[in-house]
Design a protein around this ligand. Structure first.
Ligand SMILES: Cc1cc2nc3c(=O)[nH]c(=O)nc-3n(C[C@H](O)[C@H](O)[C@H](O)COP(=O)(O)O)c2cc1C
Length: 218
């Protein structure tokens, strides 16, 4: 176990740090170029300091820098995606266009991180209701990990985008990456040189927050 010292928290420059967090954007069209693996490893170390329910740290990741592995993974995921799109009634040409475009996009990444969740160290209950809550807590914990990862990469001046594809093709991801059965693929993070960011508008705080009771303005 690596020990993490919370005492060292406290922003270096509060306003700068807040602006920095605000300035993170998804890079939807990464500029091609190499990202040193060491940087990704460092960002992942930062990600592991995320909060997690019971401190169970239910995240597991596979870092992919090998183009052959990445291609194999994307092809396997695409196969499952095609099936879904066809069952939505899309014509073959459209299915192929959507899938190819998405693969092309991910191939612009220098490194891809597959983030999984495991329930190994989460609590178990005799009833389904509480087990479902544990699953939600594990998912929330993994999401905190991913957000930490994105912020760390942003701090390094790198571009990244959180993508949901693995959720829809878990068997393909497990098979290609040789994952244990209990690893549940949650996300794919594309990492590269920043590019293709756009301003994604946010709801005003007043639309999403209340004071004391819902409906009372903050
Ligand atoms: C759970 C989750 C899944 C996402 N999946 C995708 C995805 O599959 N493809 C994509 O382009 N962006 C994906 N995104 C990124 C969002 O589109 C993006 O965060 C949102 O539009 C806000 O833009 P910003 O990140 O630039 O602020 C995902 C984000 C989250 C949190």
């Amino acid at each position: 176990m690596v020990s993490v010292n919370g005492e060292k928290g406290g922003a270096c420059n509060e306003e700068e740090l807040l602006l920095f967090i605000t300035s993170r954007r998804s890079s939807k069209l990464l500029r091609e170029g190499e990202v040193p693996l060491q940087k990704v490893i460092r960002a992942l170390e930062v990600a592991t300091t995320a909060p997690s329910a019971h401190n169970a740290q239910p995240w597991r990741v596979v870092v992919i820098e090998d183009r052959e592995v990445l291609r194999e993974l994307l092809e396997a995921m695409a196969e499952e995606w095609r099936r879904d799109l066809r069952s939505d009634g899309l014509p073959d040409w459209k299915v192929e266009a959507i899938v190819r475009e998405s693969m092309k996009r991910t191939l612009r990444a220098s490194v891809v991180v597959i983030v999984c969740m495991t329930m190994r160290e989460m609590d178990r209950y005799p009833d389904e209701r509480r087990n479902a809550c544990e699953r939600v807590m594990a998912i929330q914990s993994v999401a905190a990990f991913i957000q930490n990862l994105l912020l760390a990469l942003h701090a390094m001046g790198l571009g990244a985008c959180w993508r949901c594809g693995p959720l829809f093709a878990p068997d393909a991801v497990r098979r290609v990456l040789n994952l244990p059965e209990d690893f549940e693929p949650q996300a794919l993070v594309e990492i590269g040189l920043p590019g293709g960011t756009r301003d994604a508008e946010r709801k005003a705080l007043s639309e999403v927050a209340a004071l004391n009771r819902w409906g009372r303005p903050l």
